[in-house]
Design a protein around this ligand. Structure first.
Ligand code: ADP
Ligand code: ASP
Ligand code: MG
Length: 417
């Protein structure tokens, strides 16, 4: 008998028909002789609707009360699904994050899971019940409800799979698996049969919302057997693993875009030691995360530094810099939230120096200007204007995935010469 954790996202439980469909998947797994723990997200757009409701009453609601509100969406899904499964004649119970001992830190709105107690789940499983757990939520040391950040139900599922030593963690969603780009933007994107944890972590962190990035981090750390698949199609999905078979075949495994980015530029800084240290330690002290950083080469005694932050941190970052204008010393701050980050990811690019150039060529051919560039061993990111983002993803995807065969043939020919 295997223990399987299954997670269903918002569109998979959007209405009564979808809940019936999900209940069939769950009960089929149970009837096949497995123990089944299920994590559900809020139905459809429920979380967005709740955020709007809050804004009608207070433009700046406290994070604690927001968590109290948002956690109710997931609670609706699990109770409705439990009713459906009970109606089908199977033993089941729904449990909140609190009831399953999903202990988190105190950071309302983006809480991190410290540990999962899990005693109640084990007791219910011993009584042969299907256990439905509310995703996205936990409880902190004050016994307050917390949420894990948007998309966090994936992380709830992986945390439960790790804590219960599950044999498999299946993340059911509205596409057939992990694709080489968001299939809603790039229709010719193709589904990957497998992807490494490292590549998936980069893709998720760079905007591919198919998996919450912290779920991938946790799956890697605790060796969770992870799979992404569709609750709609019944097709085989994508396995997320430590090592995949055909790693060498393609240099790039995916393209991602992130519109949750803003750029700040400090113009007219003094060209002397310690300036970058001052700027970034001031931001770090107030927990503002900085991503791409670009420093100009300097003109005489002046230089400029530009960097990106999450859109939600823009106001705070601007305020911190403005308050310290005297001590940092600069002429002006320029900000823009009309930018997006587009990235390519692939473990195979480390030993292939041409990869970044091919990405830039794709952007050049599409007439797209690059504002900033950042690279690591397995990714290249560029900052472009927000209106160019989708065109950029399409152009880059076309370059790597339609021209890829041709390119590899040329490489092989060159090596043979
Ligand atoms: P769920 O509600 O099931 O958690 P999400 O909306 O969070 O679903 O994530 C699934 C969506 O992620 C897909 O509908 C797709 O548009 C988007 N997506 C972005 N990048 C990718 C990718 N590389 N592969 C698959 N889906 C992606
Ligand atoms: N319902 C939450 C959200 O919309 C959590 C999730 O779907 O994973 O972000
Ligand atoms: Mg999601």
């Amino acid at each position: 008998m295997a223990l399987i954790v299954q997670k269903f996202g918002g569109s998979s439980v959007a209405d009564a028909d979808r809940i019936r469909n999900v209940s069939r998947i769950i009960t089929d797994t149970y009837r096949a002789g497995n123990q089944v723990v299920v994590v559900l997200s809020a139905q459809g757009d429920t979380t967005d609707d709740l955020i709007e409701k809050a804004a009608e009453l207070n433009p700046n609601p406290s994070k604690r009360e927001m968590d109290m509100l948002l956690a109710t969406g997931e609670q609706q899904s699990i109770s409705l699904c439990a009713m459906c499964i009970q109606g089908m004649g199977y033993p089941t119970v729904s449990l909140t994050g609190w009831q399953v001992g999903m202990r988190t830190n105190a950071a309302y709105g983006s809480a991190r899971i410290d540990r999962v107690v899990g005693t109640r789940i084990r007791e219910e499983l011993e009584q042969d019940k299907i256990v439905l757990v509310a995703g996205f939520q936990g409880i902190n040391k004050y016994y307050d409800v917390t949420t894990l950040g948007r998309g966090g139900s994936d992380t709830s599922a992986v945390a439960l799979a790790a804590a219960l030593h599950a044999d498999l963690c299946q993340i059911y969603t509205d596409v057939d698996g992990v694709f080489t780009a968001d299939p809603r933007i790039v229709p010719e994107a193709h589904k990957l049969d497998e992807i490494t944890f490292d590549e998936m972590l980069e893709l998720a962190s760079l905007g591919a919302q198919v998996l919450h990035n912290r779920s991938v981090e946790m799956a890697k750390k605790y060796h969770v057997n992870l799979e992404v698949l569709s609750s709609f199609s019944g097709k085989p999905g994508t396995k997320v693993k430590e090592v995949v078979k055909k790693m060498e075949k393609s240099h790039v495994s995916g393209v991602a875009k992130d519109k949750n980015v803003a750029r700040l530029a400090l113009v007219g800084l003094r060209n002397e030691p310690g300036i970058a240290f001052k700027i970034f330690s001031l931001l770090a002290r107030e927990e503002v995360n900085v991503d791409i950083i670009l420093q100009s080469i300097g003109r005489g005694d002046q230089k400029d530094i530009s960097f990106t932050v999450a859109k939600s941190d823009l106001e705070q970052a601007e305020r911190i810099l403005d308050e310290n204008r005297e001590s940092i010393g600069f002429d002006e701050i320029q900000v823009s939230d009309q930018v997006a980050k587009v990235s390519i990811v692939g473990a195979g690019m480390i030993n292939n120096p041409g990869v970044a150039a091919r990405m830039f060529e794709a952007l050049y051919s599409a007439g797209i200007n690059i504002n900033m560039i950042s690279t690591s061993e397995i990714k290249v990111s560029v900052l472009v204007d927000i209106d160019d983002a989708e065109r950029a993803v399409k152009a880059i995807h076309h370059k790597f995935f339609s021209d890829e065969m041709l390119y590899q043939q040329q490489q092989q020919q060159q090596q043979q010469l």
